[in-house]
Write a protein of this length. Structure first.
Length: 203
């Protein structure tokens, strides 16, 4: 599956929010500066309705590290879900991706790092190796990570004193974790207007 491999800070500055999935003091200082050689002297233009929808779509897509085709497929699938609204359904589909769940469990510092762990075969679902980052995790499935990931975590903990808190819909114990329930927008405070994203694809 193709993915963006360019500079993430440039994308974050373009959207004006931290989309990296981890705190970054250097990025926070530069979020109001547009990317590019002349970025410091430029102001953000007043956006049209379409422009606002586009930016919210780009923001959410880049936050989860997806390309356009895959992201638009998630939106189309969310529209077909009957038990939840389209925006809640979209959040559910994005948050239950295996790479994202690994990130939410704290086994990886970023979603891109979590994706790398999955593709390199370090993640198991109910004892079976799964190397597809877009694998959809179901409620109650047991996720296990390899010893290599645990060693990396120990090294990172020795360098950082702050460990992010787990969100309410995941549970973790040593090298294992699980999705205890489907997440809602109350659980995940993404700086995105989901309704504008839906409206972009409804044009």
């Amino acid at each position: 599956m193709a993915r963006y491999t360019g500079p993430k800070h440039k994308l974050a500055r373009r959207e004006g929010v931290n989309i990296l999935g981890k705190p970054s003091a250097s990025l926070e200082r530069r979020l109001n500066v547009l990317p590019g050689q002349q970025g410091r002297g430029r102001r953000r233009r007043k956006q049209s309705e379409y422009g606002m929808q586009l930016r919210e779509k780009q923001k959410l897509k880049r936050m989860y590290g997806l390309l356009e085709k895959q992201f638009s497929n998630y939106v189309a699938e969310a529209e077909k879900l009957r038990d939840v609204s389209t925006d809640e359904g979209l959040l559910r589909l994005l948050e239950t991706r295996l790479d994202n769940v690994i990130f939410r469990l704290g086994f990886a510092k970023t979603r891109s790092q979590a994706r790398q762990y999955v593709t390199h075969g370090h993640v198991f679902i109910n004892g079976k190796r799964v190397d597809i980052p877009s694998y959809r995790v179901s409620e109650g499935e047991e996720i296990t990570v390899s010893d290599k990931i645990l060693k990396n975590l120990e090294i990172e903990k020795s360098e950082e004193t702050i460990e992010p808190e787990l969100l309410d819909f995941v549970k973790k114990a040593k090298n294992k974790g699980k999705l205890t329930r489907f997440p809602t927008k109350d659980d995940v405070q993404n700086p995105v207007d989901y309704q504008l994203v839906i409206e972009f694809y409804s044009r």
